[in-house]
Ligand binder design. Structure first.
Ligand SMILES: [Zn+2]
Length: 250
């Protein structure tokens, strides 16, 4: 159980770079998540965020003992700026190859020109890690979600990220595309069928990165691994979808 505590205002929540579990690290900010997986043959980065986020990422990599050139691939969960705007700069520093869902490729071009377009069932292998991708449209048409195994002290857990959970694009007039609500519901229902023990937040509030990091720092308790958080979060996504639809009907 996470410790209940008074939290500072959201704008003042700073998360230091840290190892979450096994070979997975958090290097982002409260507002914009970024993770790296240390595969033994280089890093796979998940999302970059805005240019101001990039400064935090670079400082984080250095603090954790990594160099920008260690980054071999950058997975972009969906095309929005708060996940991708700094990807081009990160590529210039690292030479990394970039990936995005095929349906988000064109829209993402304003920020970077992806090297690899992800389709349903695709995999990416680097070193000790193989990532399995699925298409989970809704938040954007090309939102992708993905899963991989993480090992620590002989314990192997399944890590997963829902690559675009926000219902902000599901309000009437804000649709990324027609049919997004139906797609979102189907995507979440599909994700509910996946067993995930290490739930990575596409935003830090998805999986309570900040609170769990505080517990890790203060008590040495790792609450990132567990079977309930993934399902609980996805169920909250369905509730938010229903609330969003209800608001537009009123
Ligand atoms: Zn978004």
């Amino acid at each position: 159980m996470m410790t209940k505590r008074e939290l500072p205002p959201k704008s003042e929540r700073i998360i230091e770079p840290f190892r979450m579990f096994g070979n997975v690290y958090f290097v982002g900010t409260y507002a914009e998540s970024s993770h790296v997986i240390d595969t033994g043959e280089g890093l796979i980065m998940i999302d970059t965020g805005s240019p101001s986020n990039l400064e935090v990422i670079l400082a984080g990599l250095e603090k954790l003992g990594f160099a920008p050139t260690d980054v071999k691939y950058i997975i972009n969960s969906h095309w929005h700026w708060d996940h991708t705007e700094a990807t081009r700069a990160m590529v210039e520093l690292s030479g990394a190859k970039t990936l995005i869902g095929r349906e988000d490729y064109e829209k993402a071009k304003r920020y970077f020109d992806a090297d690899i377009l992800i389709s349903e069932g695709d995999t990416l292998t680097l070193g000790n890690t193989t990532i399995n991708f699925i298409e989970t449209p809704g938040h954007t048409k090309g939102t992708i979600s993905f899963f991989f195994n993480v090992e620590e002290n002989g314990r192997v857990v399944r890590a997963g990220m829902f690559g675009g959970a926000g219902v902000n694009t599901l309000h009437q007039g804000k649709f990324d595309y027609e049919g997004c609500r139906e797609d979102y519901r189907n995507s979440v229902n599909r994700l509910l069928g996946e067993k995930v023990e290490l739930f990575l937040g596409n935003h830090s509030w998805n999986n309570h990165t900040y609170e769990k990091w505080l517990d890790l720092c203060e008590f040495g308790e790792n609450h990132f691994v567990g079977e309930k958080a993934w399902t609980k979060f996805l169920e909250s996504c369905l509730r938010k979808l229903d609330e969003t639809i209800a608001k537009d009907v009123l």
